[in-house]
Ligand binder design. Structure first.
Ligand code: ATP
Length: 357
């Protein structure tokens, strides 16, 4: 097992900078998710760790060993791609055995290892089938078995669940998380699906335009985003943002005034900021009927989701979404007040969109 260190990694494709001075440590046995929108550089990081791409500058270490110049085949990584690319003309057994045959491992040993990997992934009964005779979830498990049979030091997964339907994704992600912990193998998981990253990873690195914006536990990146982008990328619906002005101990939000949250009082004074973005999560506010202390607005729409509903509210120039319990009745255009849980408020500098700190 290994700890992976990326040190000042920059990767250029011609003039285009795909990775811009990435620094990241992935601890031994850790499950790290690389989360970001399409084109942000997630896969490029993964392929750089695998050795498929050579960084333009910077170093990569597996434990204390500098592997920057080491070819992919000597890095002992297991890589699983989006479209698992099983060999269609080979049985499941052959597919899993293939990397070992390439290494000229003796036949009995191959058989032992293939069976062990198949058992781990609950596909022992499928070894004689061909890929076309498998469901998407089964194919995905075969691909993971094929990556694991080499007993890699590191498992690299590039959107491995994206070909599965929504229900199966949720089932397989629980299995994958459990398997990762059982094997204790350092794992890096690329996804643009925030729910997947939050659900599976020990830590999440949020990436935008080739830069890492924040690395933290799911709780940290969810509740304490360092950038507006992070708050807006995580959560469904994402964090709400309203423009606010600091005014004698209050935050003015359009025609409303709410007290400056206790955890920001000193900081705001110290920084002397006037214009901020007030961020809060849809679960961290409640809706009170009528006009009272808080953010007053009107109900634009409501979406029942079973046990709760999402209410969309217009507050002058802003639109916010707040969860309400099932059964509570709202009318279109009804006047309501949004009361935000004070300790969950995150304030961002309006210009830089960076959280105040
Ligand atoms: P996705 O979720 O869509 O796979 P990603 O975050 O994994 O996106 P990358 O595949 O790492 O993004 O690509 C990052 C940027 O680098 C993109 O703008 C992409 O077009 C560019 N890029 C990636 N590989 C190459 C390449 N071999 N040559 C030129 N540009 C590349």
């Amino acid at each position: 097992m290994v700890r992976i260190t990326l040190e000042n990694i920059t990767k250029k494709f011609g003039d285009f900078t795909a990775l811009d001075n990435i620094n990241l440590k992935i601890e031994d046995r850790e499950f790290m998710a690389l989360l970001g929108p399409s084109g942000s550089g997630k896969s490029t990081i993964l392929y750089t760790i695998a050795g498929i791409y050579k960084p333009t500058s910077g170093r990569i270490y597996f434990d204390d060993r500098d592997v920057t110049e080491v070819p992919p085949k000597d890095r002992n990584v297991g890589l699983v791609f989006q479209n698992w690319a099983l060999y269609p003309h080979m049985t499941v057994y052959k597919n899993i055995a293939f990397p070992l045959e390439l290494r000229k491992v003796p036949r009995e040993e191959i058989e032992k290892k293939v069976k062990a990997a198949a058992k781990m992934l609950h596909i022992e009964g499928l070894l004689d089938r061909y890929p076309w005779q498998l469901s998407g979830g089964q194919q995905q498990r075969v691909a993971i078995a094929r990556a694991l049979v080499k007993e890699p030091d590191v498992l690299l997964l590039d959107e491995p669940l994206s070909n599965l339907d929504a229900l199966l994704r949720i089932k397989v992600r629980a299995e994958l998380k459990r398997l990762q912990k059982e094997l204790g193998i350092t794992t890096i998981y690329v996804t643009h699906d925030q729910a997947e990253a939050l659900a599976m990873a020990d830590r999440v690195a949020v990436i935008r335009e080739g830069k890492i914006l924040q690395v933290g536990t799911p709780d940290e990146v969810y509740y304490k985003p360092k950038y507006k982008f992070v708050g807006g990328f995580l959560g469904n619906p994402p964090m709400n943002f309203v423009e606010a002005e600091v005014e004698d101990g209050y935050l003015r939000v359009y025609g409303n005034r709410i007290p400056i949250p206790a955890h920001y009082k000193e900081l705001i004074e110290k920084l002397g900021v006037r214009e901020v973005l007030l961020g809060f999560r849809p679960h961290d506010a409640e809706i009170v009927k009528g006009e009272t202390e808080g953010l007053v607005g009107e109900v634009y729409s409501f979406e029942p989701l079973g046990r709760e509903q999402i209410i969309t509210i217009f507050i002058d120039g802003a639109v916010v979404k707040v969860f309400a319990p099932e059964g509570e009745h709202f009318n279109f255009g009804e006047r309501v007040t949004v009361k935000i849980q004070e300790d969950r408020i995150v304030l961002f500098d309006k210009k830089t969109e960076k959280a105040l700190e």
